[in-house]
Design a protein around this ligand. Sequence first.
Ligand SMILES: [Mg+2]
Length: 234
Amino acid sequence: MKKKNYRHIFFDLDDTLWDFRTNSGESLRALYSKYALDKTAGISSVEEFISKYQERNVMMWEQYRLGAIDKTTLRSRRFELTFWDMGIDSSLVPPGMAEDYLAHLTSRSNLFPHTREALEYLSAKYSLCIITNGFPDVQHNKLKSSGISDFFSGVFTSEVAGYRKPDVNIFFHALQSSGAVADESIMVGDGLEVDIAGARNAGMDQVYFNPEKIPHQHQVTHEVHSLQELKNFL
Ligand SMILES: [Mg+2]
């Protein structure tokens, strides 16, 4: 295969650069203590609370992606439904906890190993942008608190674009807005469906970031298990 001359790299943010699972876990742990959920809601295990929340959150993001629920429902109902999943009366969710969670979450700064050095290396050679289904306010805060905001010349969110990954239109929107063409662009992400299939359908090459080495059958241009490996071909 002829080596392509890439000029633009597009990154997913959550679970590709910004370690969502760790940051979310830390935030939930802080809320568990702050609201004494062991006493006020009878949740004896913080680990169970975290895993139930994360399960429910993934489910609701999928519903949001498919257009079945809106942003307000996603944000306001996920704790109630987590309580429900745990057999706890949802009226016991402390008022304001959903907003408090977002404030905690977006102030966290855990990144995947080698994120900063990879961005430093790549930003010297390519223009870097973000394409994310997350909400603009939240995503901008995450970029700032983790100190990587300045590496990116553009942050394209589904809410502003009007399309959600894997819809090709969000990729076209990002390409056009950053003066890029698909043939000179590559997408890096952890989502085989939303990032990889989406970018492929938009005519872009793709890098599947697969830190847990999950087996799969998808055709990908490149696959890496660590961000450090990006410099092997970029
Ligand atoms: Mg992701």
